[in-house]
Design a binder for this molecule. Structure first.
Ligand SMILES: [Zn+2]
Length: 164
């Protein structure tokens, strides 16, 4: 692994790639350098955590896209009503992303109940003018399916292994 120190010295170090983080010393200045290994860090996560991370990333992406679409809609007077609605809901979603974690029993029911709200979203966006919004509803629908398919992940690893 090639490492460049802040002193400008570049050197080669053989690091154990199976651990998430290793500490090496710069041969030139002796500074302690922490080398993060992203692959190993991801491998260190349990399968449940990987699922939760993926859902979280999807929620963040979707929430931000809704925010952008909503903001654009607000400026196009014709779609302003849908815009306001989309912006408010995007903010609510982005604020609740932190709740998506392994071991939170509320995650799966929340996604299960989301069916109705997704249909409402699609209708609001069709009626009030927001074709892009409809495409995002489709994406949210996919995320919902993914959560329900992987529902054991949110029960926590201990519960998931106990169920086996
Ligand atoms: Zn150095």
């Amino acid at each position: 692994m090639n490492i460049r120190c802040s002193c400008g010295h570049a050197f080669n170090a053989s690091v154990d790639v199976s651990v998430p983080e290793v500490v090496v010393h710069c041969p030139s200045c002796g500074q302690e350098l922490r080398v993060r290994n992203h692959k190993a860090a991801a491998a260190a996560m349990s399968p449940s955590e990987v699922v939760a991370e993926k859902v979280k990333r999807c929620e963040l992406t979707s929430g931000l896209l809704w925010l952008i679409i909503g903001a654009v809609q607000v400026f196009l007077v014709y779609t302003a009503a849908a815009g306001v609605w989309n912006v408010i809901n995007a903010i609510i979603r982005l604020r609740s992303v932190g709740n998506i974690r392994v071991g939170n029993p509320e995650v799966v029911p929340w996604y299960e109940n989301r069916r109705t709200s997704l249909i409402v979203f699609a209708v609001v966006n069709i009626v009030l003018g927001g074709v892009v919004g409809v495409a995002l509803v489709a994406f949210d629908w996919w995320v919902r399916d993914y959560v329900i398919k992987n529902k054991t992940a949110f029960a926590g690893d201990s519960a998931a292994s106990a169920a086996k």
